[in-house]
Structures are given as C-alpha cells and as structure tokens.
Design a binder for this molecule. Structure first.
Ligand code: ATP
Ligand code: ATP
Ligand code: MG
Ligand code: MG
Ligand code: MG
Ligand code: MG
Ligand code: MG
Length: 278
C-alpha cells in the first residue's frame, strides 16, 4: 500500500499474539440461545437436530483449519483446540477467534436448512461470541476438557430431571425447581427412575457426554504404545525433516474427521489416540 500521512493510525493497533508453545483453546458460545431455542421450538432439554447442526458446523471448521487438533461441544458452545506449535496468524488472538467464530457461524447458517427443513431462519439470526485461552501444559488442557465434560454431565442430569418433572410429572417450572433444590446426583437419578421409569444411564451418549470432534487415524491398542519418560519430556524436541512435516500435513488433511460421544476425562481416550496431544 502506498505511504500516506494517514498511515500512522496503524500504530494504534495493539499486538495480541498468544503465548508461544501453549495449547490455545477458542471457545465459542451461542448468543442468547435461551431465546433462540424457544423461537425455533428446540425440544427440551435436548434438541437432537440443534446438536447435530452444531456438530456439523464444528466439523466444517475443523476441515477448513487443519491446525485444530480436537474440538468439544455441548449445548450452544464449542471449544476448539489449536496445537501448541500452531503458528496460524502468528497466533494473533483476535484473528484466531474471529476466524473461528465467523467460519462456524457461516456454516451454522448454511447447514441450518438440512437440519431444520421445516423452519426457515429469519432475523434475529444466530450469532456466537468467542474467546481464546492459553493452557501451558497437557494436564491443564485435559483439565479444561474435563471441566467442560463435567459441566455437560451436571447440566444434563439436572435438565433431564427438571424437564421430566414438567413434561411427564405435569408440574410447573417453579415447582420442579424447588423439587431439585439441594439434591445430589443420586437423588436426581432416583427421581428419574422411581417416578418416571427412566434409567439415566440409558439416555443418549450425545446428551450425557457431549461431542468430541477429531481426526481419526489408526487406534493404538491399550497398553502397546510407549509412554514418554520424564527424560523424553525434558529433552530437546527432535527436529522433523521437511518431508516428514509435509507428510504429516498431508496425512492430517486426508484423515477423516469424526464426531464421537466419548469420555474424555479418563486416560483411555487420550492413550489410544497419542497423535492428539503429541
Ligand atoms: P448467552 O448469550 O449469555 O450465552 P444464552 O441464552 O445463550 O445466553 P447459555 O448459558 O449459553 O445462555 O445457554 C444456552 C441455552 O440454549 C440454554 O438455555 C439451553 O437450554 C439452550 N440450548 C442450546 N442448545 C440446545 C439444544 N440442543 N436443545 C435445547 N436447548 C438448547
Ligand atoms: P487475508 O486472509 O490475509 O486477509 P486476503 O487475500 O483477504 O488475505 P486482503 O489484504 O484482505 O487479503 O485483500 C482482500 C483481497 O480481496 C484483495 O486482493 C482485493 O482485491 C480483493 N477484493 C476484496 N473485495 C473486492 C471487490 N469488491 N472486488 C474485487 N476484489 C475485491
Ligand atoms: Mg482486507
Ligand atoms: Mg455466553
Ligand atoms: Mg449461549
Ligand atoms: Mg452456552
Ligand atoms: Mg482479507
């Protein structure tokens, strides 16, 4: 661009490069989806179509951004994890967040009609907010993922019981709320089972566990892979050859992106897919 006397304004821009060598999580969340879900008649507590639309949009985001390692979604939110070595947009937070938010929103709107063929979208249209957070260690990152999945479980057990009381028990919302005040998980399981014959364990996995999106390679059999030793972790990383990096890139581009509803709190999920965090 040609120089001009106006160009100094560029200096007002603040740098927002995220800390190097950390796992970057971009979490997006639907804006005002309590209202939005009412407007489009989402089934309570879980509208399958709406969740599958979120998953389809997340999968499209991952296909467009190979730097994303894994994503986790529940309700109107999705967390996208960028590998700690990612250098996309020089790790500028605003660029990463805005690209994810707009790509996700674009696909959400684009794919709406395949998931809600009978209800066309009309303004106010769906929109999402987003933020980026850096996690320095794999433990911190896994704790983040566990936090979201625990949240999914707690909310879903509550919502399932709350809506059973209303839809099957015929009570009003305030009455249902009071009935659940101070109850523990076991109490809610008991209410579901004894009053409505619902075994919470038999609820769909997507509702209980949320959705995990990742690139699928060959699974590692439990107990057969080498666990990195303390010394390995302290050693300098072995530099990869250019072809190796390129091959990895190609492999990543070709890998199938899958949506599963698995436990990501326990070690097994990660142990069997060592490529996710390596
Ligand atoms: P904010 O803009 O602050 O995020 P919000 O209304 O979106 O406000 P959230 O805490 O994000 O508040 O809650 C999401 C809301 O959307 C919940 O009320 C939830 O019941 C509803 N919702 C999202 N997805 C579904 C779904 N698949 N089925 C039914 N309801 C859903
Ligand atoms: P980046 O992702 O870094 O923004 P970019 O290719 O979008 O890459 P920009 O600097 O944003 O690069 O430039 C926008 C490009 O889009 C320019 O090449 C410009 O010519 C083209 N473009 C944008 N709007 C129009 C338009 N209305 N008509 C023709 N070309 C356009
Ligand atoms: Mg431009
Ligand atoms: Mg919010
Ligand atoms: Mg929301
Ligand atoms: Mg939310
Ligand atoms: Mg541009």
């Amino acid at each position: 661009m040609a120089n001009s006397k106006f160009e100094y304004v560029k200096n007002f821009e603040q740098s927002d490069n995220l800390l190097p060598n950390t796992w970057v999580v971009v979490r997006i969340d639907g804006r005002g989806f309590t209202k939005f879900s009412t407007k489009y008649g989402f089934e309570k507590p879980n509208d399958k179509r709406a969740l599958e639309l979120m998953n389809a949009a997340a999968r499209a985001v991952m296909a467009e951004l190979p730097d994303i390692t894994i994503a986790y979604g529940v309700s109107d939110e999705y967390s996208f994890v960028f590998h700690k070595t990612c250098s996309l947009f020089e790790r500028r937070s605003s660029k990463l967040v805005s690209t994810i938010v707009s790509t996700f929103t674009a696909y959400y709107v684009h794919l709406w009609s395949t998931h809600f063929p009978e209800t066309p979208l009309s303004p106010p249209l769906p929109s999402f907010d987003g933020r980026a957070v850096c996690y320095p260690t794999v433990t911190n990152l896994r704790d983040y993922m566990s936090w979201r999945q625990v949240d999914c479980h707690i909310n879903n057990l509550y919502n399932t019981t709350f809506w059973a009381l209303i839809q099957l028990g015929g009570v009003h919302a305030t009455e249902a709320e009071n009935a659940l005040k101070g109850t523990y998980a076991a109490d809610k399981n008991e209410i579901l089972f004894s009053r409505f014959g619902i075994n919470y364990n038999n609820e769909p996995e997507m509702y209980k566990k949320g959705s995990v999106v990742f690139r699928d390679y060959e699974l590692v059999e439990p107990g057969t892979h080498d666990t990195a030793t303390e010394a390995d972790n302290l050693a300098e990383p072995v530099p990869q050859s250019k072809t190796q990096t390129e091959n990895d890139k190609k492999r990543r581009a070709k890998a199938r992106i899958v949506v599963e509803h698995l436990d990501i709190i326990k070690d097994e999920f990660w142990d069997r897919r060592p490529w996710l965090l390596s």
